[in-house]
Design a binder for this molecule. Sequence first.
Ligand SMILES: [Zn+2]
Length: 299
Amino acid sequence: MRRLTLAATATVTVIAALVAPPALAEGTVTAADADQPAALTKAPDAAQALAPVRFLLTFDDGPDSGPDGSTPVILRQLANNPIAPGIKAVFFVQTAHRRRGGSPEGQAQMRDTCAAGHLLAVHSGLPEGHVPHTRLTPEKLAYSLRSGEADIVAQCGHVAPVVRPPDWAHNDATEAVYHQLGLDMLMADANARDGKIYGWHISLRRRSHMVSELERVGRAMATHRLEPVDGVVPVIVAFHDTNDFTASHMTDYLQILVDAARENGLPLADPPFYTDTGAAEQAAVARAKAGLYARESWP
Ligand SMILES: [Zn+2]
């Protein structure tokens, strides 16, 4: 039943898109507007009340600096693309690993990233880098997070109060440490499947994968697992800025996300991606505090 409703909404959205070009749209475009007449004759339906979605992009494992680095390639596309220029994202960085933020080049990249209006938050603050938090003692984990935050503040003057656990590995003990330090854990609703466990260069069937990821988002919205923040539902999407395939295809991914939302009948906010740093941070913190996602397991 819900599937049929979503498909019908998708048709309405497509028609609405044909009638009113996105460039002319003001504020948010919602399926609820298009469904207004139907609402008078049908029982209220969750799909009709869906708030528009706005994608909050997150990137793990970087920075990947240098002339061939993936992070600057991604930053250029977030800033300049035909879908939503000036996108602001959250980068969960490894601040102390010598190939990431633990070198002068890595520190310069962290400065460049936040200077471009993006948010930095901790993934790892240890020289060892990508160690699952569940393998650390509470004391070592607290040290890693504090040290990572200090490293980010040293470059950026600000650190976002959220944390993304390496390999998504977490438990009650790690979450207790996060909360002691005033941090909230931010997982993701949709995953680009570009992490190292899937291979660095292979991302087969990206489009159909994202359509099914966002179908799950639609179900979570209909059952109110995902609630609006400031009138839009922030949809958290996870990428890796250490993946050069992701970096060279970032603009494709932006288009795929927008297309996949439309295919699932999800109304898109205008703009469909966060472009305001403060709003992005507010959304990240709100979603982290709520602790509910379209996914129930990760990656
Ligand atoms: Zn990671």
